[in-house]
Design a protein around this ligand. Structure first.
Ligand code: KG4
Ligand code: ZN
Length: 363
């Protein structure tokens, strides 16, 4: 007979708990090694931060403390298992806001200590990077476009903990650009979803905004020039009405999507030289939830002969399942952490941070 976790008594699968508290979502999830998401609980703090127009670290840390225990309990209840059935306790260990990271890491360590199970510190970016292996079961290697609030990078993902950076933003991250543009347009926080909503009825062709870095060699990104161009147009218009706002949002979204797609096309060519047998492009991070970006990347991937994998929007923005899955991938390779692990507000995915220097790549 199958129990609620879907397993027979004599066949025990690996289950990992994942906790996400690095920014403004509190989340707890349980995933199993056959890629089943048994529970994925999340409490968004949007309403608590909205009056301030951005994430307030102290408010975030307090909200994580308030919500986390309840979310862990409801994840276990939804999966129909007790805590001691969980094989490892994973938490985002960084990068992120130190107060929130401490809440999640301390909670996971306490549960590890109480149950005698291992603790796994997950790099939040690795959570995003490995999500496509949870949702689509894809193999290494693959090219990853990681676009979140704090990051915009193209990485060759070669294994768990093995990343090679091909390109990165030289100024703002993609999500940061959306957030700043939203503020400029009076659309509030969080900016990406607000721009996408406002852009729905807008005319993307009305304002000719620049496509940063277009045609430049390599596959770095830049968004600050685009943001300034938007600021100039807004200034020129003076008071902006609903129509202007929708057209500006649509034009800006189109410019970001086109720029990301053009730079990623170059990244695909560089990646294809490194891995002649692989033609897989994965997009991850909060900005990957954007439908215009998905459409632009679908076209670019088709042109370059790449298969595109984009996880569903709820698994692109921050969530617990991605931390549980990355924790599971590390745990089954024996990569566990000691209870003396200290959260890391800064924690690059590619420790050498070598932007391809010396890799013999010309593009
Ligand atoms: O990955 P994520 O949830 O948190 C970080 O690790 O940063 O990404 C958050 C970022 C924010 O900048 C947010 O504005 C952006 O992702 N974002 C979007 C969309 N949903 C979230 N940007 C564009 N379109 C969206 N639909
Ligand atoms: Zn994230």
């Amino acid at each position: 007979m199958l129990d609620r976790a879907g397993e027979r008594g004599y066949w025990r699968r690996m289950i990992v708990l994942g906790i996400e508290t690095s920014c403004d979502e509190t989340a707890a999830a349980l995933v199993r090694d056959d890629r089943a998401i048994l529970a994925d609980e999340i409490a968004s703090q949007e309403a608590e931060h909205r009056p301030f127009g951005g994430v307030v670290p102290e408010i975030a840390a307090r909200a994580h403390i308030k919500h986390l225990d309840r979310l862990v309990a409801s994840a276990l209840a939804r999966a129909g298992i007790a805590l001691d059935r969980v094989d490892a306790m994973a938490a985002s260990g960084g990068p992120g806001l130190i107060g929130g990271l401490m809440v999640g890491v301390t909670t996971a360590k306490a549960m590890a200590l109480a149950t005698g199970k291992p603790f796994v510190a997950v790099n939040h970016l690795e959570g995003h990077a490995l999500t496509a292996r949870l949702t689509d079961g894809i193999d290494f290697p693959y090219l990853l476009l990681l676009v979140s609030g704090g990051h915009c990078q193209l990485l060759s993902v070669e294994g768990v903990g093995r990343y090679r950076r091909l390109g990165a933003t030289v100024d703002d991250a993609a999500g940061e650009a959306f957030d700043k543009a939203a503020r400029l347009l009076g659309l509030g926080y969080p900016g990406g979803p607000a721009i996408e909503r406002a852009a729905k009825g807008g005319d993307a062709a009305r304002f000719a905004l620049p496509r940063p870095m277009s045609g430049r060699p390599g596959c770095d990104f830049s968004f600050s020039g685009l943001k300034n161009a938007l600021r100039l147009v807004v200034g020129r218009l003076g008071a902006i009405g609903e129509r202007d706002r929708a057209d500006l949002a649509a034009s800006f979204q189109e410019a970001v999507a086109a720029s990301l797609a053009e730079r990623t096309a170059r990244g695909m060519a560089i990646y294809a030289d490194l891995h002649p047998g692989s033609r897989a492009l994965v997009v991850a991070g909060g900005v990957a939830a954007n439908a215009a970006l998905r459409a632009a990347l679908t076209r670019a991937a088709r042109r370059e002969g790449f298969a595109l994998v984009v996880p569903p929007p709820a698994l692109c923005t921050d969530n617990g399942a991605m931390i549980a899955w990355a924790g599971l991938e590390r745990f089954r390779l024996g990569l566990v952490d000691g209870l003396d692990f200290a959260p890391r507000p800064r924690w690059p995915l590619d420790p050498a941070a070598s932007p391809l220097a010396g890799a013999g790549v010309k593009a």
